[in-house]
Design a protein around this ligand. Sequence first.
Ligand code: XMP
Ligand code: MG
Length: 180
Amino acid sequence: MQNDIERVLVSEEEILNKCKELGATLAAEYDGKFPLAVGVLKGAMPFMSDILRYMDCHVEMDFMDVSSYGNEMRSSGEVKIVKDLNTQVEGRDLLIIEDIIDSGLTLSYLVDLFKYRKAKSIKIVTLLDKPEGRTTDIKADLVGFNVPNEFVVGYGLDYKEMYRNLPYIGVLKPEVYSGE
Ligand code: XMP
Ligand code: MG
């Protein structure tokens, strides 16, 4: 699998250090509260697991699975809820945990949904941000790393459901795509 990677954009060590830093920041922000951490499946799973380990405060976890219509490289903005939360959102402090923000369409849909459900507050933490891809005015409160406008895989992010289990973020060799 690692043979398919052209170059590493964010190393395993950089990710871990960033999770510690973001976890400490969030623990301070939510001190004395009981936030509901919402992981966006499947991509945010490794990041959620690591960041919450370094967030020294009480936190409830739940998951949302949304799929956006479009091809596997880009979302169309039309979002379908595949798995909804099991937890009531009204009056809760929500922390949305995402793997990557590109156009921002997925997150604007989720933020609108949680506002409609009367969340008390909504914060967004994303491991990666692709600011050049943005077509909405969504901004994360906390960003791990900015990445260029390239398709990236690893640490939750997939190409055709593969590479999610890479311990770092990288770019695939062109022949991986052209072999279709
Ligand atoms: P939007 O455009 O809604 O996109 O902000 C967010 C979702 O699009 C997927 N995405 C990627 N997935 N490598 C991936 O594996 C990428 O470079 C990439 N860019 C966007 C991803 O599912 C994300 O949640
Ligand atoms: Mg995603």
